[in-house]
Design a protein around this ligand. Structure first.
Ligand code: NCD
Length: 305
């Protein structure tokens, strides 16, 4: 994967996914061993985080991942850069490239922005979310978390619930999970269910119960209020009543069902507090695993040693 830009899970083979998961397992040991975490794998490399949309987890974990591997990492916030003066994406990318960086980790509201970047500049581009299109590092950390908790991926039944239409996480999860032999069920209000997911290994349900029945994993999506045109669902209270994941609903799933949520959560809307903090939740693990998986991605694409 050396020199490869990471744009979406559709471009990954099952072998590459396996390689990321194996590498992430080693990286997690580095994070957990305490004391000195800094490796020298990426010493002398420089990485710029270029985020045009808000982020807590993804930006911080990419930044720490680069630093734990010994790279120099700089984060640019759209609000405090020349972007507010109207500089184009192409010019911003060229400016960063001219400073001699090896990788640009990028989040942008437009679908295709990361792919565009990979065509106009030479550094490795890592897509940290482009509109509703893709969020590959999230899908990989979801797989990693599931495998760590369940011991396997193939054959597991996963329900992805909520705002499928606007979710780059759902889209990347669907590609990643089906490639690893998982059975994917999608559920949400009819207005938030796209048709383009109708392919082998994926079943789309309008009733939540049909999707979560005997599920091994439920991935609860955030309602993307900022990407909604008004009126895709009647009210937040109605949504919580029909599609919200709470303890009562978990009874339908397997006894040892695992709950994921990419964060940030709308508590009481798509997920209840008791589920977030309950025994089935792996939401906290996802955050730590996010650093390990991003270390793996940076190491595999940038480390030539
Ligand atoms: C996700 C994102 O930004 O796509 N969050 C994240 O990266 N942790 C999901 C979301 O915002 O709902």
């Amino acid at each position: 994967m050396l020199g490869k830009s990471i744009i979406g899970m559709e471009n990954f083979s099952a072998e590459e996914i396996r390689l990321v998961l194996t590498t992430a397992r080693k990286m997690k040991q580095v994070i957990r061993r305490g004391g000195e975490k800094k490796l020298s794998n990426l010493r002398g490399k420089s990485i710029v985080n270029l985020f045009y949309e808000p982020s807590t987890r993804t930006r911080t974990s990419f930044e720490l991942a680069g630093k734990y591997l010994g790279a120099d990492v700089v984060s640019i916030n759209s609000g405090t850069s020349s972007i507010v003066k109207g500089e184009s994406l192409r010019d911003t990318l060229r400016t960063i490239e001219a400073m001699g960086v090896d990788a640009i980790v990028m989040r942008h509201k437009a679908e295709g922005a990361a792919d565009f970047a990979s065509r106009v500049v030479k550094p490795v581009i890592i897509n940290a979310g482009d509109g509703a299109h893709a969020h590959p590092s999230q899908a990989l950390l979801d797989l990693f978390t599931i495998e760590q908790r369940k011991g396997r991926l193939a054959g597991l039944k996963v329900a992805i619930v909520g705002d499928i239409l606007h979710s780059r996480v759902a889209r990347s999860d669907v590609y990643a999970m089906t490639k690893m032999g998982m059975e994917v069920h999608l559920a949400g209000p009819k207005t938030l269910l796209p048709r383009f997911f109708e392919f082998d290994g994926v079943t789309v349900h309008e009733e939540l119960e049909d999707a979560i029945k005997s599920a091994d994993v439920i991935n609860v999506l955030r309602i993307q209020l900022e990407r909604q045109q008004a009126g895709l669902f009647p009210s937040t209270r109605e949504y919580a009543r029909v599609f919200g994941i709470n303890d009562d609903r978990l009874i339908l799933a397997k006894d040892d069902v695992l709950i994921l949520h990419p964060g940030p959560q709308n508590k009481g809307l798509e997920i209840s507090s008791e589920v977030t903090y309950g025994e089935h939740s792996a939401i906290h693990d996802q955050v730590q695993n996010g650093v390990a998986v991003r270390m793996a991605l940076l190491d595999l694409t940038l480390n030539s040693n």
